[in-house]
Ligand binder design. Structure first.
Ligand SMILES: *Cc1c(COP(=O)(O)O)cnc(C)c1O
Length: 355
């Protein structure tokens, strides 16, 4: 099934209603304004460093994060990978969350391609990693052990925002233990908007930060890795090694620039839509969802397994697309407005009240 058409139509070709795809914020379609700036982008060979649009995006991203330098990459997975490779050598170790994207959802790339051993640790309920647990996991300088070099955090993680005082404590801890600190900030702009601080207020604690342009920010492709000039030189080398050196890629960087200029502040709408959706769904007895824990653009809903399959197909028929696993992650984004949220709540209520 394809969801690329945002408008469904019946067999007479009459437009019925819009598809509401709640599976992820990666499903957004580039807007016509975004497509227009893409088509006008000045481009050059970026492997030679000659694409002025890419250079402009990298400059903007570095400024956004308060870091010296930045690098444009095709995906967040590659951005995390080359970030880790820029910090760690073969036989080094990085500490991360047990459910962290870098560990669990990137095919083990750090180990497979970087020869970097992961040391996962269970996340706390608020998405932090206990520094006491990290301390216990740091290995002694002994040739039996991998060398512990780096700690990675994720912000937001499952939609949760890491507290600023925890970030300060983590920075101090890493300085004391001589560990590098990397942020998988795929959705760090959501965190900044939620905390009403500039992005740099969060990212300044980290030695490197990866940000996705293709999630809530609405670009079709792309991530940026920010860090010191030295780290980014190193990351650029690894990007080439893993096949991420792209040529006239300013066409995509232009979408990233548009996203950073236009789509950060509006993430607040996604957050209030997620909160409203959670609140509406919480009125349905058959559903388990806690509106109190919804902080950004994600909520998790569970129900009896036998009802779930029925619900999914019933919703599918009316153009509401749900993830296939429980608890169902629902993500609000650029292509879901307040009226859509009300439509989802009403459709869910109809479904559960019909029995
Ligand atoms: C999406 C995501 C990434 C990167 O994913 P890509 O699909 O490779 O761009 C990294 N970390 C987190 C937390 C993510 O949600």
């Amino acid at each position: 099934m394809l969801y690329s058409n945002r408008i469904t139509s019946n067999d007479r070709g009459e437009s019925m209603s819009k598809i509401i795809d709640l599976r992820s914020d990666t499903v957004t379609q580039p807007s016509s304004e975004m497509r227009a700036v893409m088509s006008r982008a000045v481009v050059g060979d970026d492997v030679f460093g000659e694409d002025s649009t890419v250079n402009e995006l990298q400059q903007m991203a570095a400024e956004l994060c308060g870091h010296e330098s930045a690098l444009f990459l095709p995906t967040g997975t590659q951005s995390n990978l080359v970030g880790l490779m820029a910090h760690c050598q073969r036989g080094d170790e990085y500490i991360c969350g047990q459910q962290a994207h870098t560990y669990k959802y990137e095919g083990g790339g750090a180990a497979v391609l970087g020869s970097i051993q992961p040391q996962p640790i269970e996340f706390e309920a608020d998405g932090t990693i206990s520094l006491e647990r990290v301390e216990r996991a740091i290995k002694a300088d002994d040739f039996h052990f991998a060398r512990t070099r780096l700690l990675t955090l994720e912000n937001t993680t499952a939609g949760k925002v890491l507290p600023l005082d925890y970030l300060q404590q983590t920075r101090d801890f890493c300085d004391q233990k001589q560990l590098g600190l990397h942020l998988d900030g795929a959705r760090v702009c959501n965190a900044a908007v939620k905390q009403q601080v500039p992005v740099s207020r969060i990212t300044r604690y980290f030695d490197s930060v990866s940000i996705c342009l293709s999630k809530g920010l609405g670009a079709p492709v792309g991530s940026v890795l920010c860090g010191s000039a030295e780290l980014i030189v190193n990351a650029r080398r690894w990007r080439k090694v893993v096949g991420g050196g792209m040529r006239q890629v300013g066409i995509l960087a232009a979408a990233g620039i548009f996203a950073l200029q236009n789509n950060i502040e509006r993430l607040a709408e996604d957050h209030s839509n997620a909160a409203r959706l959670a609140q509406g769904l919480a009125e349905i007895d058959e559903l388990k969802v806690d509106p109190e824990v919804v902080q950004t653009n994600m909520l998790y809903v569970s129900m009896a397994p036998e009802r779930f399959q029925e619900l999914r197909s019933a919703m599918h028929e009316i153009g509401i697309v749900l993830d296939s696993r429980q608890p169902v992650r629902m993500v609000t984004h650029l292509d879901i407005n307040t009226a859509d949220v009300e439509r989802v709540i009403a459709a869910f209520k109809r479904f559960f009240m019909a029995r």
